[in-house]
Design a protein around this ligand. Structure first.
Ligand code: SF4
Ligand code: SF4
Length: 325
């Protein structure tokens, strides 16, 4: 069993296109593979595979929200003052909890002199699993609007994927963009990371931040440059970064109009336009990942494992501690 995460510092750089190609290449090589969409806020891997129906849909009830029993409430306003998330407001002479903001911390309930506030479980989103038309399963999630805990939802997605795929599957995890809790959950327990970057300073800057997180988890990584021809002069900068950080360079993918066309058709690029320039590059890179990383994982791990873990201090942002606020 191996878990390979496809990640990028920012969205729209081609993670899902590479993830879908890699899953297809593993499937074509007769491997057991599970495609895992670890972006619960903006899931899209199922759209690339043309999955319209799910075999399993589970409500994931993890969070709490507060509710007011108005028959007990005397409108004192203490809960509004005490809520650390500013989730309670006076509306039409009545204190109302904004359920999109409420974190279920119950500070209001403890503070309420009338014991008028209780909490209820709330749905954090849906866990979903199904089969792609290409013979392997896909697992993902859809976060409920305004709910927190997307990282926990991604952990549940990975747990469900492992229930389905068992100990002898390869897991291709299409991570969310950035360095947030969903990405932390994607990296936790993984075996390696493929970073996707565009040849722009912004994309490299974001991928460098992401790579610090990857180093925190002591994971080896490789890098792929997408839309390489939009700014070829910047490619040497990316290669210097990769060399400095001991990241394997796997190759580049050209900009290709066939990529958005394949997304409109809801089919993987290499299935509908196998001769397009981006398809050929994606197939080459995916074959390299299969041969050089997946089939050769122990050696690759030894060669590209970070020298030491990066210290990681998560910043918890609340209305009263916004930096500079
Ligand atoms: S603290 Fe309790 S009694 Fe006071 S306004 Fe809030 S819910 Fe009502
Ligand atoms: S549970 Fe916490 S976040 Fe929700 S309204 Fe009460 S104090 Fe605010």
């Amino acid at each position: 069993m191996l878990e390979i995460v496809i990640a990028s510092g920012k969205g729209g750089v081609g993670k899902s296109t590479l993830s879908s190609t890699l899953a297809l290449i593993l499937g074509k090589n007769g491997e057991k593979v599970v495609a895992v969409d670890a972006d619960a806020e903006a899931p899209n891997l199922h759209l690339i595979f043309g999955v319209k129906e799910w075999e399993i849909v589970k409500d994931y009830r993890e969070g709490w929200i507060a509710k007011i029993r108005y028959e007990k409430c005397d409108n004192c306003g203490i809960c509004e003052k005490e809520c650390p998330f500013k989730a309670i407001k006076l509306v039409d002479d009545k204190y109302v909890i904004n359920e999109m903001i409420c974190e279920g911390c119950l500070t209001c309930s403890i503070a309420c002199p009338q014991r008028a506030i209780y909490r209820v479980r709330t749905s954090s989103g849906l866990l979903r699993a199904g089969k792609t038309p290409y013979g392997f399963p896909i697992v993902g999630a859809k976060l409920a609007v305004g709910r927190p805990n997307s990282g926990k939802l991604v952990t549940e997605v990975k747990n469900l994927a492992k229930e389905i795929g068992g100990n002898d599957s390869y897991y291709i995890v299409d991570a969310a963009a950035g360095i947030g809790c969903q990405v932390v959950s994607s990296l936790a327990g993984a075996n390696g990371v493929i970073l996707v970057v565009e040849p722009t300073p912004a994309s490299l800057n974001d991928v460098a931040r992401l790579h610090k997180l990857v180093k925190h988890f002591m994971l080896p990584s490789a890098i792929v440059i997408n839309k390489a021809d939009i700014n070829p002069d910047f490619i040497p900068e990316i290669l210097r970064f990769a060399e400095r950080e001991n990241i394997q360079y796997l190759g580049k993918i050209p900009y290709d109009d066939k990529v958005p066309e394949s997304l409109i058709l809801m089919k993987p690029l290499i299935q509908v336009f196998p001769e397009s320039p981006a398809s050929k590059a994606l197939i080459d890179i995916s074959n390299r990942i299969y041969q050089e990383i997946i089939l050769n994982w122990r050696e690759w791990f030894r060669r590209y494992k970070p020298a030491k873990p990066e210290p990681y201090k998560p910043l918890i942002i609340r209305p009263d501690n916004i930096p500079g606020g």
